[in-house]
Design a protein around this ligand. Structure first.
Ligand code: HEM
Length: 501
């Protein structure tokens, strides 16, 4: 006999946009197999989470004394896993069943996103994409890209020197620069690069379309056959516009990279390495064409994914330093020496303090299952709530938590990198390069700049709110800080750095 998971009627899962979209809709109760024991229904009296849903999920988990929470929204069953044990049990031990992604008709079929690795169904195309990604981004292989990161970081320092107020814009440029360089061997234009602009438009489209309930075609699948000219089929016309942007994002940088490669003027990249391998292989023309298509899609995933996630820790470090200036002093003291455990602790703390993807990406279970006596219906969306307070004083920004009293790294303290990149077969394949990126950028930035609170006209420091967005990728709300060279010597150093390696 099954127990029924503590069941909550949610208005909000992944993003605040989702909250707006479903507020006017009917919420259904879940149905369970007969004989199951019902747990209290909280229903509409519930104080729905409009902000930081991961915190609320953790609260519910405590309130119902269960690490598995169940909710039903329209026709979708939602299972929220609130402990590492539950996430490991399902995403690792039963990974064959729990590694699919939700299928969105609007996004995957009509807008053409089924070829993007993070939203791909669990199957052969996904396996090929993961293999290609791993080939370039495993711990060892990704070291090859360090020179790309070094050059890009120098450019960031130069930009921060000239225009410190727009630090988020420069972080974004840095991340776009690195992913375009690594994926395609191309450098973006210094301002308003057309490929980056196109990818941002494509992502903006998908973010809007992902909102559950935003398009009826996701609830009534046969609507996808309604032609665009049909009255009321505005979604088809919108899908066409968005599909063009998606296709352009996958096709245009790829075509430009191949052209550059043919002319012999591109730098080593994922595209150049893998196309070389394909050219040298003895496979048939048909197999080679298929492999090339997979390389194109994987290159686009490298280019598209990871921008916001990568820059979130950089913003977190600045915020963390504003809340704990002593952390900056200690890191800078160490940067003037050789051994850098405090800087490593600072980077880990930025990743821990505010996990950039606190509820990761939803998985989909492909078979009906029973876990801890709870029935998990086939097709449920399974969310891993990785926001957990395994650390003492979790809201404080305190890098020293990762160190022993003698200042060396303490291996007994839980490494946030084991959690924040996800768990199971869908684990982030860009994690090694994302960590190197955060480490190199933070160390370089603190080696040459001081980060302090801005001061108002009365000489009073202006504290930020330290608040983050509640979206899938959670980034700090806009905040101000002063970024100034530590000395004339460091300013000179930045100006003398070669950015054209
Ligand atoms: C600090 C930065 C980053 C964080 C915290 C992060 C975190 C995550 C998380 C939590 C997932 C979902 C795991 C799951 O579904 O269980 C994921 C998936 C993914 N990430 Fe990252 N990520 C980061 C940077 C990057 C970068 C730089 C890249 C690209 C180079 C990247 C590429 C991907 C891809 C392709 C997937 C989808 C994998 C799949 O569905 O099989 N990520 N990431």
């Amino acid at each position: 006999m099954y127990r029924e998971a503590p069941f909550l009627l949610l208005r909000e899962t992944i993003s605040s946009a989702f909250h707006d979209a479903i507020s006017s809709m009917t919420i259904e109760k879940p149905s369970f197999t007969s004989g199951s024991k019902r747990l209290p229904i909280i229903g509409n009296a519930l104080d729905y989470p409009t902000e930081t849903p991961w915190v609320k999920y953790a609260e519910w988990s405590r309130e119902y004394d269960s690490d598995v929470i169940y909710a039903k929204i329209f026709n979708t069953s939602l299972v929220i896993l609130n402990s590492e044990e539950a996430i490991n049990d399902l995403f690792v031990k039963r990974s064959a069943m729990y590694s699919d992604r939700p299928h969105h008709i609007m996004v995957n079929e009509l807008m053409g996103w089924s070829r993007n690795l993070p939203s791909m169904a669990y199957g052969d195309d996904w396996r090929t994409g993961r293999r290609l990604f791993h080939q370039e981004f495993s711990l060892n292989a990704s070291k090859r890209f360090r020179p790309h990161m070094r050059v890009a970081t120098r450019e960031l320092l130069r930009r921060l020197l000239d225009d410190p107020e727009n630090f988020v814009k420069h972080f974004r440029h840095l991340s776009g620069y690195i992913s375009m360089d690594i994926a395609y061997g191309m450098k973006p234009k210094p301002e308003d690069d057309p490929f980056i602009a196109c990818s941002e438009r494509a992502v903006a489209g998908v973010v809007r379309a992902f909102v559950p309930g935003a398009f009826f075609v996701d609830m009534i699948p046969w609507l996808k056959y309604v032609p665009a000219w049909f009255p009321g089929a505005g979604f088809q016309r919108q899908a066409r516009v968005w599909k063009k942007e998606t296709d352009d994002t996958f096709e245009l940088p790829w075509a430009a990279a191949k052209k550059l490669l043919a002319s012999g003027s591109s730098t080593p990249s994922f595209t150049s390495f893998t196309l070389e391998q394909i050219a040298e292989s003895n496979a048939t023309a048909e197999v080679k064409a298929k492999e090339e298509e997979a390389v194109k899609n994987t290159a686009a995933a490298m280019f598209l994914v990871g921008s916001d996630t990568s820059i979130a820790p950089l913003q977190s470090v600045l915020l963390g330093i504003l809340s704990n200036p002593e952390a900056q002093r200690k890191a800078q003291e160490e940067l003037d020496r050789d051994d850098l455990p405090y800087v490593t602790a600072l980077v880990k703390e930025a990743l821990r303090w505010h996990d950039p993807a606190p509820i990761a990406l939803p998985h989909r279970v492909t078979e009906e299952d029973v876990y801890k006596g709870y029935r998990i219906p086939k097709g449920s969306l399974v969310i891993s709530n990785l926001w957990c307070d395994v650390y003492t004083d979790p809201m404080a920004f305190e890098p020293a938590r990762f160190l022993r009293p003698d200042g060396t790294l303490n291996p007994d303290i839980r490494d946030p990198c084991d959690i924040i990149f996800g768990i199971g077969r869908r684990l982030c394949p860009g994690r090694h390069s994302a960590y190197s990126f955060a480490w190199l950028t933070i160390a370089s930035l603190l080696a040459v700049f001081d980060v302090t609170l801005p001061i108002d006209e009365n000489g009073i420091p202006i504290e930020p709110t330290y608040e983050y967005t509640s979206t899938v990728i959670s980034v700090p709300l806009p905040f101000k800080c002063v970024i100034k060279p530590r000395s004339e010597a460091t300013e000179k150093l930045v100006r003398s750095l070669d950015v054209d390696e």
